[in-house]
Design a protein around this ligand. Structure first.
Ligand code: ADP
Ligand code: ADP
Length: 230
């Protein structure tokens, strides 16, 4: 059984204007899926439907065998197990880097302060930012902010990590550091679904490419086939 299964999902924000059209796709554990396609294709909407930042208009999203759209489904559980990293980082500006990671560990995982600090430091080390623990987000580069955002998401040990154009807001010279962290996660077997325009990353790191156009997945292939087929 796939870890996550999207079945016949439609999404409209406005009646009669479908943004997702009968999307069906299954995501296996420990795979990296890149979603490519032009702006407006519905990539971000699909990602946000997976953790229900948006609710699909119809269809089913099955996670670990349960339909997450059922009225009695525990959404809290879903949001704990499916992490998301945004283009715009979404760090808490009034908290230093360490506390950006400590806070959700305390709230979501109910960790003690000392335990949360220990985990947060380990995550910062993983993304190469131990030295910035006491800095505030405003004093970091975009690439550093995004690595903090990844560390924060990762700290909660999600089963799936969703990335919505994680490098699109970055100056070109900062993109590599973020992609490197993501590549390490991929190599460790993290299940990831990534909306990106980074073709080199998609080709080298992903197991699978979904190409979206106008609310539909029009190609679903391994990267070698995707990038070499006419
Ligand atoms: P992509 O990520 O491929 O660029 P999006 O999913 O962001 O595509 O957007 C697909 C379409 O849905 C766009 O036309 C966008 O304007 C529209 N859209 C996205 N979010 C909303 C929203 N909250 N309300 C209305 N329309 C939206
Ligand atoms: P991204 O490129 O990261 O997907 P967008 O600029 O498409 O970001 O969307 C940013 C926010 O604005 C999202 O929350 C999305 O739902 C909302 N949004 C996008 N398009 C529209 C729209 N046409 N009407 C209303 N909200 C929209």
């Amino acid at each position: 059984m796939a870890l996550l299964e999207i079945k016949h999902c439609d999404k409209s924000y406005v009646p009669e204007q479908p943004i997702l059209k009968n999307i069906s796709v299954a995501i296996e554990a420990e795979t990296v899926t890149c979603i490519l396609g032009p702006s407006g294709a519905g990539k971000s909407t699909l990602l946000r439907c997976i953790n229900q930042l948006e609710v699909p208009s119809s269809g089913e999203i099955i996670y670990k065998g349960e339909n997450t759209l059922a009225p009695n489904y525990n959404l809290r559980n879903l949001r704990e197990e499916i992490g998301m990293v945004f283009q715009s980082f979404n760090l808490f500006p009034l908290k230093n880097v360490l506390n950006n990671i400590v806070l959700p560990l305390r709230l979501v995982k109910k960790m003690s302060l000392s335990e949360a600090r220990e985990v947060a430091m380990a995550m910062l080390e993983k993304v190469g930012l131990s030295a910035k623990a006491n800095a505030y987000p405003d004093n970091l580069s975009g690439g550093q902010k995004q690595r903090v955002a990844i560390a924060r998401s990762l700290a909660l040990n999600p089963k799936i990590m969703l990335f919505d154009e994680p490098t699109s807001a970055l100056d070109p010279e900062l993109v590599g550091d973020v992609l490197e962290v993501m590549q390490e996660l991929a190599e460790e077997g993290k299940t990831m679904v990534i909306v990106t325009h980074e073709m080199g990353f998609a080709r080298e790191v992903s197991d699978r490419i979904l190409f979206m156009l106008d609310g539909e997945i029009i190609e679903d292939n391994d990267p070698e086939t995707f990038f070499t087929n006419p």
